[in-house]
Design a protein around this ligand. Sequence first.
Ligand SMILES: Cc1cc2nc3c(=O)[nH]c(=O)nc-3n(C[C@H](O)[C@H](O)[C@H](O)COP(=O)(O)OP(=O)(O)OC[C@H]3O[C@@H](n4cnc5c(N)ncnc54)[C@H](O)[C@@H]3O)c2cc1C
Ligand code: SF4
Ligand code: SF4
Length: 504
Amino acid sequence: MRGDPLVTRAMPHGAALVIGGGIAGMRAAIDLADAGVQVHLIERTPTLGGKMDYLDTTFPTQNCTLCRSTSAHGVGCPRPSIAPYFLEHLQRPEIHVHTLTELVALDGEAGAFTATVRHHPRYVDVGRCTACGDCRAACPVELPDDYNAGLTRRRAIDRPSPQAIPRAYVLSPTPTCTTCRRCVEVCPTQAIDLSQQPRDEALAVGAVIVATGYRVHNADEDAELGHGRYANVLTGLELERLLSGPGPTCGSLRRPSDGREPRRVAFLQCVGSRDQKHAYCSSVCCMYALKEAMLVKDRIPAAQCEIFLMDMRTFNKGHIETLERAQGSYGVALTHCRISGLKEDPASRDVLVRYVGEDGALHEKPFDLVVLSTGLDPAAGAAGLFTRLGIEANPHGFCAVDRLAPWHTSRPGIYACGAAVEPQDIPESVTQASAAAAEVAQALRSGRPVTPPAPQPPAPERDVAGEPPRIGVFVCHCGAEIDATLDVARLMQVAQGMDGVIYA
Ligand SMILES: Cc1cc2nc3c(=O)[nH]c(=O)nc-3n(C[C@H](O)[C@H](O)[C@H](O)COP(=O)(O)OP(=O)(O)OC[C@H]3O[C@@H](n4cnc5c(N)ncnc54)[C@H](O)[C@@H]3O)c2cc1C
Ligand code: SF4
Ligand code: SF4
């Protein structure tokens, strides 16, 4: 697509702009920082993480997105965890994170762009906020919590998510704020400034990486499926929140209508994919439905999980094994069919799934809970962003890229990666992000400082030789798996009595 290879040009600006702070954008930023490139990472929401921040575990390994925080994972690992990415961002001096920030304009050319970005007010100084939560406790205004898919409430000043990076709170102004000001009065570090205004800034960068990801298909558009009308019809992302330890029910799965444990759970595939409006496969939904069905069985072993689908698309490394595990070890059933629609039983609030089976006949089956495996649409505002960047979109609205180098966009100096390019899973997104970052680092080589930035001095160390050991024992209890195998309370009791253990 791009005839003139950028790698042959010297770039005067030794800095890059990464747009989008999801897993792909973070991966690209870390790789660039490793290569000594200064990176401006702009993210339009108040926190880094993208959709991965919402997930309980990730396929194909079912690993927790939070716990795998050792440096052996995440960086260069095809099964990345979000935690090291977050930690890296806190520590890397080359990465300049700008949350609540969007691109307004891009002028210049490859090697010498001027990116005008707009910083929207957070009303909380990130450098001062200690995340103590005093403001939250004082705030009288409650709003639906988007992080938990509106299933819980948050305060007008709150933390965007439990593991949000930056750790600072964010204020969503409401009419009450003009007279209330309680948070301003209680904040012990004077971090809150209600007078903040949007601010534009010009950044000199040699290259741009677009990592703006996707938007989850809005299931309310499919009226026959009843999402938003039937309490027990959820999307896959809403189920992720219900299954999550820090989620609205602390990971215990309950029916929204009556708080009962669901025993019959249906998953409907290709909602917003492979239909007349979306002539593409969303690529991740078969795998996330299998993952979620197994998570349901982990929480409620007696539950029956049935996936209604056209065909099962498990094509990457480790995916077929996931399918075999789901069917073999977990007893997840697959029913090949075409869905006709859903109906709610007004008395029980059960959901009737109507479908045309392989026998050509119409069937109807009741379920306690129905999960819609919604597809991946282009990110909100993607078309406008691509216009501002001067790059082409493909016929589906994702970023158009070269078929042989799928991180090259239609404009020299601008690259793309992750789900901004097409629906793809996390391993594919980070692989593509690394490819884009490698090419940008090579292209910017002449603009970078000859010597890498001076390393940060390590924190002073104390010689503890000869002192008694001080051992801490920490056991994760956020999921059902460890609790099911170990008596964690008893384990901690035993650990507390052991030599040298000062905390358990
Ligand atoms: C229910 C569900 C479960 C899933 N489970 C798994 C799983 O188990 N394993 C797996 O591998 N994959 C899974 N996926 C897919 C996974 O979410 C994606 O592969 C991954 O999030 C792609 O990362 P990304 O960084 O490209 O995009 P995103 O996660 O979408 O991040 C993009 C970021 O860019 C920001 N952004 C967008 N536009 C702009 C703009 N104009 N300016 C600035 N910032 C912008 C967004 O706010 C966001 O933070 C799942 C998807 C769903 C829907
Ligand atoms: S000023 Fe607004 S955010 Fe602060 S406490 Fe009052 S209502 Fe809450
Ligand atoms: S804004 Fe102030 S009160 Fe609120 S969490 Fe931050 S430091 Fe605490």
